[in-house]
Design a protein around this ligand. Structure first.
Ligand SMILES: [Zn+2]
Length: 245
């Protein structure tokens, strides 16, 4: 069955503030849910054939929670990177300076504990930043492989599994996932976090290769492999939004 999504818009008012929301109708799900994204936008997911009036009433029941979340996310300082001189970039818990040159070809490299970024002079303004960001993400995916592989090689025997194939990708939401054929995909953003967080995400995915769920047996395995995993989870909960390119 093809699932069709019809989108609508609505607003709720809380303390005199109008909060817009987007409605996504879906025939895949029979339950409804509200999500406030980290950019403070509000998404309401509804099963199809719920009349607009009913949608509005359901959203109203969560008004205070929505307002709190929106407030929380909109009061966060924005992480804005220009990938240029004077800035530093975190890599597994350490900050390294960025040195930017004009030249060609466009490239980013990590040498002598510095990020060296070269941008051709025909790029200007926002295009420069966008290119520098893309090059930096590619660089992170390259230089992130060795430390993440090291974590895999350490934990795979402890987890009694064959070391999986590692891929590092930039993802919006998920920190990691595993593939059906003994592979794990780790979000490049995790390389902006302290090492213990990256370690935990790898351990979490390794444990999933045996336990493909989040039941007690899975969490017992995570704890057996990495007793301090909750520290890493707490860092993700409070600081996860900062780990962005
Ligand atoms: Zn999981």
């Amino acid at each position: 069955m093809r699932s069709e999504e019809i989108t609508g818009l609505g607003t709720i008012t809380c303390n005199g503030q109008e909060i817009p929301y987007t409605i996504i109708y879906s025939n895949r799900s029979k339950s409804w849910a509200i999500e406030v994204k980290t950019d403070a936008s509000v998404i309401v997911r509804m099963p199809q054939n719920i009349p607009p009036e009913k949608v509005r009433k359901l959203v109203e029941t969560k008004r205070e929670w929505i307002a709190d979340q929106v407030q929380k996310y909109s009061s966060r300082p924005k992480i804005s990177r220009n990938y240029t001189n004077g800035e530093t970039l975190p890599f597994l818990g350490q900050e390294y300076p960025v040195i930017r040159h004009t030249g060609s070809p466009a490239k980013a490299e990590f040498t002598d504990d510095r990020f060296l970024i070269t941008i051709p002079d025909d790029f200007t303004g926002p295009d420069q930043t966008a290119l520098a960001r893309d090059l930096t993400i590619m660089l992170y995916r390259r230089i992130g492989t060795a430390p993440l592989e090291k974590i895999i090689q350490h934990y795979a025997p402890l987890a009694e599994i064959t070391p999986p194939r590692l891929r590092i990708r930039l993802q919006e939401r998920k920190w990691g996932c595993c593939t059906p054929k003994n592979g794990i995909i780790i979000n490049a953003r995790i390389l902006l976090a302290p090492e213990i967080v990256a370690e935990y995400i790898v351990v979490h995915e390794l444990a999933h290769l045996r336990y493909r769920h989040h039941q007690k047996t899975f969490w017992n395995e995570v704890e057996r492999l990495m007793p301090a995993y909750r520290d890493a989870e707490n860092i993700l909960k409070t600081d996860g939004w900062k780990f962005v390119f």
